[in-house]
Every structure is written in C-alpha cells, then in structure tokens.
Design a protein around this ligand. Structure first.
Ligand code: ZN
Length: 490
C-alpha cells in the first residue's frame, strides 16, 4: 500500500463499479479469450472529435468511448486533425505518469489464471512499457498520490481492455487490462495511451483491407467503422502495426482480410512494434522532449545512454559531479567516489567512531574526499582495507557495491527466485547472496547490459553507481520511479 492513500483506493473502487458493473469478471472461457474492449452497452451518439463527427459511446463520467477501447474526452473535440499537442494530447516531456492498482501488486493476485498459461500481468505491463521506452524514448514513471489526479493514468485490472487516447484530459485517466490479454494487447493499449488510434479505422482502409462485417458481431463492429478523424500515422496502412487488429481478431474466422483475399497478422498478434509505430511515436514526441535535454547536462551522456534519465536527475540536482562538464559514465568508480555518493545521497548517521587512514590525510594535503570518507566510515557503509589504509583509488565490484548499500540501508526481503533469474548466479560470493536478494527485492539492482547477468565480480562503472544511488533516492521519495528496462523488478 506504499503509494496508495485510503481515499484513493475507495475512489477508484467506486469508479470501477460505476463504469464497469455490467461486465464484471465471470468465467474464463475460450470465448472470452478474445479481447473485446467493450466496457458497457451505453447509448451511442455523434460527437465531434479531432475535427470529425464520429459515433461514440457515452460513458458515465462524461467521457466517450470510440472504436471499442479508446476513451476520449470533450476537450479533445476540436478541429485539429493531426497528431500534435493541439490534437491528440501529448504527455508532457514524453513522460507517461501512471499509478498501478494494488490488484497488480498483491502477491496472490499477481499471477492470474489463464486458459492457456499463467500470465504475470504486472510483468507483462512493465515489459510492454519497456518495449515502448526502448524503441521510442518515451518513458513511464510511477507516481504516488501526491501527484495531481489529472496528470497520471490509473492502471486497473478489468474484464476488458481500454485506454484514454493521449494525455489531454481534465478527467481521471484510466487504463484497463484484462487477465486474458496477451503481450500485443498491452502494447496496443499503451499505444492508445501515447495517442495512437486504430489502423483498421483509418479513412482509407478500404484500399487495403476488406471487412466482412457479416461475421463481426454487433458489439465488435464499432471497432471497424472507418473514421475520417486523422491523418493516420503512416502514408499507407501499416500491416505490421500493433494498432491494427489482425485477421484472427474475433471468432478467428478471417473476417478481415487484405484486398487480395489473404489473411494477415500484425504486431497486435505477434506482440512486436512495427517501424511505423516506432517512427510515429518518435515523431509525435519529437524535439527531444521524450529525451528531455533541457537544462544543464554532462556533455558525454546522450539521450540514448541506458541511464540517461537517472544520470540527468542526479546531475541536475547536484548528487553527482564529473570533471567539469563531463561525467565519464563508463569510467570505473573508485572507493572515494563511492564514499562521496554515500555522503551526498544517504548522509548516514554515525554508528561508530571515526578512524584515520594514512592514505586519506586530513592535512597538510587534505584528501578531496576526506569528509565523505569519514562520514561513510562512521555510518558503517565502508571500512578500510586495513586498520590504517582506506585505498581511496581502489575499485568496487558489483557485489561489493550492492552489499554495502543493502547493509547500510538495512534492506530486507527477497527470495531465491530472484537469483535464479541470473545465468551467472554462481559468481556471487556466498557472503553477498543474502544482501543481493534484499537489494533486488527493494528495486535497487540494475543489470546492464544483460538483464540476466549480475556480473558480481565486475568493477562498477560510474553510470552503474549513479543508477543504484538513484534507486536510493526513489526509495527515499526524493526522485520519481523510472521504468528503466535494465532495472530488476521483483
Ligand atoms: Zn484499440
């Protein structure tokens, strides 16, 4: 319940009941396996959306559903017919803020039964977010209830799938995903969240596909009506898009085919973003605002650096420094620099008396990290290599870094399953194993470049150090959580 106020939970529950009472979860059958996305069978009416009159389903809170799973709002009723900040609302700085329902976090609810396999919904969601992030640079940031309600999307477990389209909404924004959803559905709904619409509804779609509407049931037909609302994201229909329902959608009897009569799959079916999806979202969030380079940045950490957002935060807030304007992210961290980070980020209370080290003099040539090393030693985060030497220029291995922080922060939790994810778990020293588990359980551990390799004995780079200290700041509620694809999510 860490991020959830009681009020918020109650409110979200009431909303769920209000909106979706007619389709609460029933049995899990193969019939239900197909995504329908229909929230309720409300009255439909014509609304003006992005410059066109289109048929929409009225929802109980004043929003509208179009295309079966896209929630739009009155403030999107304007004449702008393009993907832009004036049309489909874009998420500021390319950052999608979200709050995930406790339903996804409860251990007994995390893995839902499925007709064919067990899906870990939280992992699927995070994988889909990572996929969009890696491909396009947009990011997804989990927020807490101190964030104004209109600024984030609430992710709920539902009996069907739907999402708001883009950011531009004064209403609470909702995203619903069912336990029947496969990976393509997660990517698809997040595509709506970012502002994408359906490829099969583009106004020129009859040039590419034939909709055999006789075979589509009434509730699903809404998903296939052509809407003249946008200049769609690619010049021609994108058959690989996750925003295109494949031939097998609904009943599996090829009710949508290419004009040559052939059935087709799409990214929706395969769970893979198309180049068109990627290029469109990049273009929508162009200008580098998905990788926001505003403000003071080190000159050697570019947008495509794997820890860009974390390093940026720490640099701009004075938690890390470099040599003038460069940070040297791939340089090896030394013990004095580690102490400087501990002192700056954690600022530990002393638990033992100070010790003087011959290689960290106070005078006459005071070591640059004298105060930090003293604070770090007294806080119990580091000891010397002997009673008289600290070895400030020595390196730390990954396991030493993780153990030092896990011990100092007195982290707990975790289990052996975390380590089984590693193809190199045997390289972890026996004295480090428990602490590594604690650190993973608390979302402190990042594995770069291979998520399944802990690299226990590798020296730590400055970027890796920035990354773990960033997680400390997240844990201390100082920095926002960032869905970095290399962060281990227990
Ligand atoms: Zn959709």
């Amino acid at each position: 319940m860490r991020f959830y106020s009681k009020t918020f939970t109650v409110v979200s529950f009431i909303f769920s009941v209000m909106l979706f009472v007619s389709c609460e979860k029933e049995d899990i059958s193969t019939e239900n396996y197909k995504e329908t996305g229909i929230e309720s069978s409300k009255e439909t009416s014509l609304i003006k959306y992005l410059g066109a009159m289109i048929r929409a389903e009225e929802l109980t809170d004043g929003q509208y559903m179009i295309g079966g799973d896209m929630i739009v709002t009155p403030d999107q009723e304007n004449d702008n017919k393009s993907y832009s900040s004036a049309g489909v609302g874009l998420w500021p700085n390319g950052v999608v803020k979200y709050m995930i329902s406790q339903q996804f976090k409860d251990e007994d609810a995390k893995v839902r039964p499925h007709p064919f396999k067990n899906y870990d919904m939280k992992k699927m969601l995070e994988d889909a977010m990572s996929t969009w992030t890696t491909a396009t640079g947009v990011s997804f940031v989990e927020v807490d209830s101190s964030t104004p309600r209109r600024e984030y999307i609430e992710i709920l477990w539902g009996s069907s799938n739907s999402s708001v389209v883009g950011y531009n909404s004064p209403f609470p924004k909702k995203f619903k995903i069912s336990d029947q959803a496969h990976q393509g559905v997660y990517l698809h709904e997040l595509g709506h969240t970012l502002g994408l619409l359906h490829e099969q509804q583009r106004v020129d779609r009859d040039d590419y596909i034939i909709i055999h509407s006789d075979y589509i049931n009434d509730s699903a037909y809404e998903k296939f009506t052509a809407n003249p609302i946008l200049d769609y994201h690619t010049p021609s229909l994108d058959f690989n898009s996750v925003m295109l329902y494949p031939s097998t959608e609904y009943r599996g009897d090829y009710n949508v085919k290419k004009t040559n009569g052939q059935p087709f799959t799409s990214g929706y079916a395969t769970g893979v973003l198309s180049q068109g999806d990627i290029n469109t979202v990049k273009a929508m969030y162009s200008g580098g605002n998905n990788c926001n380079t505003s403000g003071n940045l080190p000159n050697d950490v570019s947008c495509d650096h794997w820890a860009f957002n974390e390093i940026k935060f720490m640099w701009q807030n004075g938690y890390i420094v470099g040599n003038g304007t460069s940070f040297d992210p791939d340089g090896i961290l030394n013990r004095a620099q580690f102490a400087a980070l501990v002192a700056k980020v954690i600022n530990p209370e002393p638990i033992r008396d100070a010790r003087n080290f011959a290689d960290v003099p106070a005078s006459p040539n005071r070591h640059w990290a004298y105060d930090a090393i003293s604070k770090t030693y007294r806080g119990g985060y580091m000891s010397g290599i002997s009673n008289t030497l600290f070895n400030p220029n020595g390196r730390l291995t990954k396991e030493q870094l993780v153990v030092a922080i896990a011990s100092g922060k007195r982290l707990s939790g975790g289990n052996n399953n975390h380590l089984r994810l590693f193809s190199d778990q045997s390289s972890i020293s026996s004295w480090a194993i428990e602490k590594v588990k604690h650190a993973i359980a608390n979302r402190y551990v990042t594995n770069y470049p291979d998520k399944d390799k802990f690299r226990a004995q590798s020296p730590v780079t400055r970027a890796e150090a920035a990354m773990i200290f960033y997680q400390v700041l997240v844990d201390q509620n100082i920095a926002p959580s960032i869905n970095n694809p290399y962060l281990l999510i227990p």
